[in-house]
Design a protein around this ligand. Structure first.
Ligand code: FE2
Length: 374
């Protein structure tokens, strides 16, 4: 494919993330990849790329309780090329992220009657979800996921600097009641069928006590078609997954009173990294005005940043009397593809079927898919 995964104008410093994606890789071992990730991230932290904190409700010294994941599985570990997605990282083992107190404050926000009533969605693949309530009705949740310290931790695990895709996707909630033990013969049944996410990365936070719960893993389909399971997180713990590029499903849990998970979706902070975001798995369960408005807003902000940089480069090169034709063509190619892609995602509202998601998951259920490695 002619399109560069990362558009990088000549003479600009390599952003942390594009460096990660562009690094030459001659079949590095998993250990080498992990070491390289650690070095790149240390460099990024030292460069102070963070944004200021939003609000004063979330206090990282009190509300973050981070513990390193025991292992991070790379794309190569599960049979994919390191360059398949926007980072060489596939999925983390569960790790502690927030304190008990923080999760309890988040629970108060989502169990607010107004949130339960006005922001509730149901679909043919998932019984109950809450979406788009932050920041208006979820100030603490909003601050927690926007805080630079939280973002630094999630980015460190993901191996690429991330920001929440848009406010609308902060704190998406899945609510379910695990089956009773007499359903134990349904062990591996999925609560959300095979699918790929709309956005590059997700961080899934467990908000329920899982002491008496069994199951609840995430199943992944590897590059060779085999199924691998990643343990589900316990309360306050999270999993980071590059869900846009890996077929996965959430398996049913048994025992316990309720199972509440919070899913926040992320994209690379750098506007120069390709954006494969699609909206098909979220359109039917969204307020389309908010979803489309925010999706177009961030895409235009990214385009604006790239255009400003390109304009500066073109003016500088004209002064020097050396216009870089290849750089101009590469820039235009990237912009045309990015905006054409966005155009396809903004589907006329009259064509969106509310709550109908089963048909968009058919693609991920195709058994031939793993053979092509797509
Ligand atoms: Fe997913």
């Amino acid at each position: 494919m002619a399109t560069p995964d990362v558009y990088k104008p000549a003479g600009t410093p390599d952003p942390f993330s594009s460096k990660m994606v562009n690094s030459p890789r001659i079949n590095p071992s998993s250990k080498e990849t992990q070491e390289s990730l650690k070095r790149s991230f240390a460099k990024y932290l030292a460069a102070d790329h963070g944004s200021p904190a939003v609000g004063k409700l979330f206090n990282p010294s009190k509300h973050l309780q981070y513990e390193e994941p025991t292992h991070i599985h790379t794309m190569e570990d599960i049979g994919f090329a390191a360059s398949k997605g926007v980072s060489p990282v596939a999925v983390s083992e569960p790790f502690r992220l927030f304190s008990e107190e923080a999760v309890n404050i988040m629970r108060e926000e989502i169990f607010d009657p107004e949130v339960q009533e006005k922001y509730s969605y149901t679909s043919d693949i998932s019984p109950r979800q809450l979406r788009g309530y932050a920041p208006k009705h979820g100030k603490f949740i909003f601050e927690a996921w926007k805080h630079p310290e939280t973002l630094a931790l999630v980015s460190k695990i993901a191996g690429v600097e991330l920001v929440p895709v848009m406010d609308y996707e902060i704190g998406h909630i899945n609510l379910s009641v695990p089956g009773s033990k007499r359903d134990a013969n349904m062990d591996d049944e999925a609560i959300v069928g095979w699918h790929r996410d709309s956005y590059p990365f997700v961080c899934v936070l467990m908000m329920s006590d899982t002491t008496n719960m069994i199951g609840g893993e995430t199943a992944l389909r590897t590059g060779t078609g085999e199924i691998r399971k990643v343990r589900g997180p316990s309360k306050g713990c999270a999993v980071v997954l590059q869900g846009r590029y890996i077929d996965h499903q959430a398996l049913r849990a048994f025992g316990g009173q309720e199972r509440v998970t919070m899913v926040t979706s992320f994209r690379p902070r750098s506007p120069r990294i390709r954006d494969d975001t699609v909206l098909k798995t979220v359109r039917p369960i969204s307020n389309l005005s908010d979803l489309y408005g925010q999706a177009v807003e961030y895409q235009l902000e990214n385009a604006e940043s790239r255009i400003r940089q390109m304009l500066k480069n073109v003016r500088d090169s004209m002064k020097a009397g050396a216009t870089d034709v290849q750089a101009i063509k590469s820039f235009l190619d990237f912009e045309i593809k990015t905006l054409s892609h966005l155009d396809k995602e903004i589907v006329d509202e009259s064509l969106v079927k509310k709550g109908c998601l089963a048909e968009v998951c058919v693609e991920a259920n195709d058994p031939k898919r793993h053979k092509t490695g797509e």
